[in-house]
Design a protein around this ligand. Structure first.
Ligand code: SF4
Length: 368
C-alpha cells in the first residue's frame, strides 16, 4: 500500500486514504504540494478534526474543495452505553447506508482498549457468537473501520476534556477480519501511521476464528501486529461443532500456519479458549490442548463463557476454570484467565446489534 499510487475516484472518504495516497491525491488531483498531506493527517488524527473548516493550516479554497470531495464523517455514534465495570459500548450508524455496527471501549489501569468491528454481521457462525447468527450484510470500508476509532477519540476527548485516544486496538468485534483483509489491513496501517494516530503495531491485535490463508498472508506482510486465534477446542471433532470454519481449515492446517506466523514475525500467537461447562473444560481437554500446543511458542487466554442468546452452553464453576488454568501452567504454557467485560451492556460481539435488530423488527430475539 505504501507505494500504491492508484487513487480512487473522488469524492472519497478522508479516512480511506493513507498518508502516501493523500500526497499523491494532493499533487495529482488537487494541484497542491505533497507536504499538505502532513497538515491533513495532523488535523485528521492528532486533533481529531471532524469538519474541513477546522483545518486552518490549509488555504480556504482547498478546504472548500475537500469539504465536497473528501467527506470526514463515515460513522456516527447513535448510542453509547456505559457498563458498571467502566466498559462503554458504542453503537454506530454508517453514514452511507445507516448500517449498524458496534465497538467497545474497555478501560483498565494503564490502558484504554477499543474493540473494533470489520463487517456488518458475519458469515462464520461460531456457535456462541451473536454476530454469526445474523449473517453478513456487508464488509466495512477502510474509512468505516478507521472512523470507529476516530469517533471513539472524539467521544473520549469530549468526556475527558483533553485529546484522548485508545492506547490499544483489538480487531475482535463484529466480523472476521481476514474475510475483509484488504480494508482491515489498510485501516490498521492508517491508524498505526506515526504522522497520524500512531497506535503502535504491538498495541494492535488482529483476532481470527482460524482463516488460514489470512494468517499466512499476514505472516508475509512484515508487520508487527499481534495475532490472536479463537481456538475454543483442543481437537478437530469438537472444534468442527463449535467453529464451522474448522471444516474448511482444520486444526492440522491452522496450527502450522500459526507456527509460520511466529517464525516470520517473532510474535507469539495468543489462542483464545472459551471455557464451556462439560463441553471443553474437562482435564482431558486441557491435556489435549497441551499436546496440541506443546511445540508452538504461544500464549493461551482462557475466558469463562458469558451467556449468549441462542447458545445453550453454560459457564463452568470457578474451581473447574482454575483447575484448567493450573494444568496448562504446570505444562509451562503461558496462560491467563480473563472474564469478559461489559456483560450488563451486551459487550460480547454482535449482541447489542442483535438485540437492537430484534427489537426494531418486533421479534423477541434470534434464539433458534
Ligand atoms: S466470533 Fe467472530 S468470526 Fe465467529 S461468528 Fe462471531 S464475529 Fe464471526
Amino acid at each position: 500500500m505504501e507505494n500504491d499510487t492508484t487513487l480512487p475516484a473522488f469524492p472519497f472518504p478522508a479516512y480511506g486514504l493513507t498518508h502516501e495516497e493523500w500526497q499523491t491525491a494532493l499533487k495529482e488531483v488537487f494541484g497542491q504540494p505533497r507536504f499538505r498531506a502532513d497538515q491533513i493527517f495532523k488535523s485528521l488524527y492528532k486533533e481529531a478534526a471532524s469538519g474541513w473548516e477546522a483545518f486552518t493550516t490549509l488555504p480556504a479554497p482547498l478546504r472548500q474543495t475537500l469539504a465536497g470531495q473528501a467527506p470526514i464523517e463515515a460513522m456516527r455514534i447513535v448510542e453509547a452505553i456505559p457498563s458498571q465495570d467502566g466498559t462503554v459500548k458504542l453503537l454506530f450508524a454508517c453514514a452511507s447506508d445507516g448500517e449498524r455496527i458496534e465497538s467497545v471501549l474497555i478501560p483498565s489501569k494503564d490502558r484504554m482498549t477499543q474493540c473494533i468491528s470489520t463487517q456488518a454481521g458475519c458469515n462464520f457462525r461460531c456457535a456462541f457468537c451473536a454476530s454469526g447468527r445474523l449473517g453478513k450484510t456487508r464488509d466495512l470500508t477502510t474509512a468505516e473501520i478507521v472512523a470507529q476509532v476516530m469517533e471513539a477519540v472524539r467521544f473520549l476527548s469530549g468526556r475527558e476534556g483533553t485529546f484522548t485516544r485508545p492506547s490499544n486496538l483489538v480487531v475482535m468485534g463484529m466480523g472476521e477480519p481476514f474475510d475483509n483483509y484488504d480494508n482491515v489491513l489498510k485501516a490498521l496501517k492508517i491508524l498505526n501511521a506515526q504522522k497520524g494516530l500512531d497506535v503502535g503495531a504491538r498495541h494492535i491485535t488482529i483476532s481470527t476464528c482460524g482463516v488460514v490463508p489470512g494468517i499466512r498472508r499476514l505472516a508475509g506482510e512484515g508487520l508487527q501486529f499481534e495475532l490472536s486465534v479463537s481456538l475454543h477446542a483442543p481437537n478437530q471433532d469438537l472444534r468442527k461443532g463449535l467453529m464451522p470454519v474448522s471444516r474448511r481449515w482444520p486444526l492440522e492446517e491452522l496450527i502450522p500456519a500459526c507456527a509460520e506466523y511466529t517464525r516470520a514475525t517473532g510474535r507469539l500467537v495468543t489462542f483464545e479458549y472459551t471455557l464451556i461447562r462439560q463441553i471443553n473444560d474437562q482435564p482431558r481437554h486441557a491435556d489435549e490442548l497441551i499436546a496440541l500446543l506443546r511445540a508452538l511458542p504461544c500464549k493461551v487466554n482462557l475466558i469463562p463463557l458469558s451467556p449468549v442468546e441462542g447458545f445453550a452452553g453454560r459457564r463452568p464453576d470457578n474451581a473447574s476454570c482454575l483447575a484448567f488454568l493450573d494444568r496448562l501452567m504446570r505444562a509451562k504454557i503461558p496462560t491467563t484467565m480473563r472474564n469478559s467485560r461489559g456483560g450488563d451492556v451486551d459487550a460480547a460481539c454482535g449482541q447489542l446489534r442483535l438485540r437492537r435488530l430484534a427489537t426494531s423488527s418486533g421479534e423477541g430475539g434470534n434464539t433458534p
